[in-house]
Design a binder for this molecule. Structure first.
Ligand code: ATP
Length: 898
């Protein structure tokens, strides 16, 4: 891939103070991309369209048929041979179209699931596809990111990397910046490698090598692609296919032998047997299943869900519990600080976003007059990695200041609250310098920075109030640091609860003077802190979630909220969204810690909210629910969520906020991080499965009908009702287009009012297998009925044409019946699947031309039908129709959720 040698930079270059921290320019990056190629490892060979086409003929039975055709051509039956060949080619074209489309959709999916990374170009941070990373790009990485190329670290905060993929060693490796004054390059400690994962901390690094030149490239091909494994259904269908092939071959052989015994010519019976085998074997089934899955995946994409693993499409229909994160998935993740508690006062913060100020009824709350409030806002602004940019936007012909937040929404809200209080980051940076950071993660639930202010070092900490209070010994009140009493603690916790009841997420702020030169070891600095105050922020529920929760409940799916937030906040939001109802309970992470697995399994049935949990708890929750027999969907975004996501039946990660590690562990990615999209995907999943059942029902009942027609005829010593090319024609006009169109069928309207399908349910369950058998048998009886009836009033040619027409008609009508297992065709509307209408019309037209176009009629050995003949055909083909509708209307049990 890399034909050219890249000019290697001297290592010193990366340590140089002049290293351009604005990164490359876009033009330079583009130039390098074109010159050195994409940052990818060499991939596997793609299958070409021609190979797909050739594959269609590799089937053993098709080869036998072609051989038999050649034989018949040699015997002088040139027209017959030609027609059979054309039919085989038409079949192959249909198969090719299906498979080619599948390949294309899967290819498109791979692109969608392609990883991205953050780089600085032209001084601006942006997200680009990993493929486009070039040498000397400055990349920004944080916990959960997969490292896109080999790079030298130029800035790091508590960086730990999992290099097991390269070294096999699973212990995290501590890494440091190569630019720490006086330390210099320390070899591997300053280098990060493509494919390894940041599991803690943050860093900036300059890319040294890309693509095949990376360490990973050298040890060759680990390629992370979408998983195209066969789905469980496909595997089961493969097995079924084998049984069907064997069964059909036996019956076809029996038909051939019986015919020969009866005195038919060997050649004729052999051709009949092989044609019947071609018709009977549902060779299109695997392709149609894959096409349906692939089309479904495209549809899910439109509804904001990217499927990474094809089997997930199937499993989605079985999901009966969705464990979802709260922040960003159920809520908008647009935080606004509403309340502040400092210096023993509650302060209201007005307005959404940047607009609005502190309410000013009380003069003392002006930050300039209250050193405690000022300190709180300063900690908020400094112990913060968010950034805000001001830009002018036009609103009704007026230019107004709009604020754009970059970074974590919780931090952005805190920063904005500080700015509202007049604490501006650019002023702060003049007298407070950040030295080190101990990053936030969901396990610690807090974050600290070490700063220097007026020659003294401080640690500024913010985090969950219960966590922060545990490490505070003092409180800052009336401009004095005084010991924190249990009375103070209770008051603070009461205020915290009060904020929580109003659905506010609450953070506490604290600080401490520390000796200079203290290392950023969390245990040694985050202790004996001075408590300063609380901020409570609002994160409104997403509007569409109300409906989605309702839909879930109607569909027999239980939504469960899992959050790092406090129990009270979680409960307020869960009640508002109707997730927490009567009889449901809430469990906290701390309570879970005191439970063994058995106890958790017992309680998880009725628990719909888990609060203050860490990713470890999530894993236990999934396991407990699975033990209870649930099919669990679980969302996650952080690096530590990966085990729970992997364990879940459907692991879901967040496209916007999710880390690479979470995405790679998941089987589905939500592009909008929205709970409603999970429900939409489940709906699609149910629909796809239903559609697969529809055409399995269709294909198998038709094939059974065709085989039994012939079998019964030879058993009862009748002349064969269909000649070989008629059989092939029936197969082409019914198996081809109508079956494909069924895969595109819109769902039953009540699809989300049905109970979820059982995870181990067979595709023939709920009476489908029996129904297929009965209908196949009925088709044969009706065809034979029409045949025998017409033999009594006309010659063999006419009777065969009538049998041929009856079978085609029954099958085309049956395609419409297969659209729903629970509803009559009149209920769902004859024209509601326009593709099927067109497919059946095209098939009907092809079939009719074999009767009315003289040239074709000669080849297909048909005769022109009279009005009476048509009446016979309509009568016999409607028997099956009447039976089917009576069965649907009276016998089928409902599976609706009570
Ligand atoms: P959810 O699980 O509902 O999606 P979440 O993932 O945002 O929520 P966490 O990120 O684990 O939950 O946050 C848990 C708690 O940690 C929050 O309630 C808050 O008190 C605290 N917290 C959140 N973000 C920060 C941050 N950037 N710095 C310090 N503390 C934070």
């Amino acid at each position: 891939m890399f034909s050219m040698q890249k000019p290697k930079q001297d290592t010193i270059y990366y340590l140089n103070d002049d290293l351009n921290l604005n990164g490359l320019t876009e033009q330079e990056a583009q130039k390098r991309f074109l010159k050195f190629g994409p940052n990818v490892l060499e991939g596997s060979k793609k299958i070409t369209p021609f190979e797909i086409f050739l594959d269609q003929f590799k089937d053993f039975i098709v080869m036998v048929l072609l051989a038999a055709t050649l034989f018949s051509a040699l015997m002088g039956e040139v027209a017959d041979a030609l027609t059979i060949t054309i039919i085989v080619i038409l079949n192959a074209i249909l198969g090719f179209i299906q498979e080619y489309r599948t390949e294309q959709s899967l290819e498109a999916l791979k692109k969608l699931a392609a990883p991205t990374t953050k780089v600085i170009r032209n001084g601006v941070q942006k997200e680009i596809s990993v493929e486009r990373v070039v040498m000397d790009d400055i990349i920004i990485l944080e916990a959960g990111d997969r490292i896109p190329a080999d790079a030298i670290i130029i800035e790091s905060h508590n960086l730990e990397v999992d290099e097991s993929i390269l070294t096999g060693e699973s212990i995290p490796v501590h890494k440091e910046s190569a630019r720490v004054k006086g330390r210099g390059i320390k070899g591997k400690q300053n280098l990060i490698y493509m494919g390894t994962v940041v599991i803690n901390g943050r860093c900036k690094a300059v890319v040294k090598d890309t693509g095949m030149e990376t360490e990973m490239g050298k040890i060759a091909g680990m390629i992370k692609n979408i998983d195209n494994n066969e789905t469980p259904l496909q595997k089961r269908l493969d097995k079924l296919g084998k049984i069907l092939v064997t069964g059909s071959l036996i019956i076809c052989a029996a038909v051939t032998i019986l015919g020969i015994i009866r005195g038919e010519s060997i050649y004729y019976m052999f051709l009949s047997g092989v044609s019947l085998a071609v018709a009977a074997i549902p060779e299109g089934l695997p392709a149609v299943v894959t096409v349906s899955l692939a089309i479904g995946v495209q549809r899910m994409l439109k509804r904001n869900a990217i499927i990474r693993k094809l089997p997930a499409v199937e499993t989605l229909g079985c999901v009966n519990i969705i464990c979802t994160d709260k922040t960003g998935t159920l809520t908008e993740n647009k935080m606004t600080v509403k309340k502040i508690y400092a210096d023993n006062k509650e302060i209201e913060v007005k307005g959404r976003g940047f607009r609005g100020l502190f309410s000013l009824q009380d003069k003392n709350i002006n930050p300039l007059n209250s050193p405690v409030l000022k300190r709180l806002l300063e900690i908020g602004a400094v112990c913060n990695n968010a950034d805000v940019r001001f830009k002018k936007i036009k609103v009704r012909r007026e230019m107004i200041d709009e604020i754009e937040c970059i970074g974590d929404p919780t931090e952005a809200a805190i920063l904005i609250a500080s700015i509202k209080g007049g604490i501006l980051p650019k002023d702060l940076s003049k007298h407070i310098t950040r030295i080190e950071e101990i990053p936030f993660n969901s396990d610690r639930k807090r974050m600290s920075v070490i700063v220097e202010e007026g020659g003294t070092n401080f640690v500024f900490t913010k985090g969950a109030p219960d966590v922060i209070l545990d490490i505070c010994t003092m409180i800052y009140m009336n401009d004095k640091e005084v010991p924190l009493t249990s009375f103070d603690k209770k008051r603070i916790l009461d205020i915290n609860a009060k904020f929580g009841e109003n659905a506010l997420r609450v953070l506490a702020f604290a600080y401490r003077k520390i000796p200079k030169g203290s290392r950023s070891n969390p245990e040694s600095v985050e202790r004996d802190l001075v408590f300063v105050g609380l901020e409570g922020m609002m994160d409104p529920p997403r509007r569409e979630v109300y409906d989605a929760v309702l839909k879930c409940k109607m569909a027999g799916i239980k939504p469960v909220m899992i959050t790092g937030d406090h129990k009270i906040t979680a409960s307020a939001i869960a009640k508002e969204l109707n997730i927490l109802g009567k009889g449901d309970s809430i469990l906290s992470g701390a309570e879970m810690d005191h439970m063994d697995e058995k106890a958790l399994e017992n309680i998880c049935e009725n628990t719909t909210v888990y609060a203050r949990v860490t990713p470890k708890h999530k894993l236990r929750i999934v396991k407990a629910l699975k033990k209870r027999g649930y099919t669990v969907a679980m969302t996650g975004d952080g690096v530590n969520d990966a085990p729970a996501i992997k364990e879940a039946d459907i692991g879901i990660s967040m496209g916007k906020e999710g880390t690479d590690v979470a995405k790679e562990a998941s089987s589905m990615i939500l592009t909008d991080d929205n709970f409603a999209s999970i429900v939409a995907a489940i709906e699609e999943g149910r629909m796809i499965y239903d559609n697969i059942r529809k055409f399995i029902r269709y294909l198998l009942s038709c094939n059974i009908g065709e085989v039994i027609t012939m079998f019964l005829a030879v058993l009862t010593s009748l002349e064969l009702p269909l000649i070989p090319i008629q059989i092939l024609m029936v197969n082409l006009v019914t198996d081809g287009l109508p079956a494909l169109a069924l895969g595109l069928d819109p769902p039953d309207k009540d699809i989300m009012e049905m109970k979820p399908r059982g995870a181990h349910e067979s595709v023939f369950s709920r009476g489908l297998g029996i129904r297929i058998g009965i209908v196949g048998f009925l088709m044969a009886l009706c065809t034979l009925g029409a045949y025998i009836f017409s033999l009594n009033y006309d010659n063999l040619y006419k009777a065969r044409t009538i049998a041929f027409a009856t079978l085609v008609m029954i099958e085309l009508i049956h395609a419409f019946e297969c659209r729903s297992e629970r509803h009559l065709i009149f209920e769902i509307g004859l024209f509601s699947n326009i593709y099927l209408v067109i497919a059946c019309l095209v098939s009907f037209f092809i079939f009719v031309s074999t009767i009315y176009v003289p040239a074709l009629s000669a080849i297909f050995k048909t005769t022109v039908l009279t009005g009476f003949d048509w009446l016979v055909i309509i009568f016999f083909s409607s028997i099956e129709f009447v039976f089917n509708n009576l069965y649907t209307a009276f016998i089928l049990p409902s599976k609706k959720v009570e």
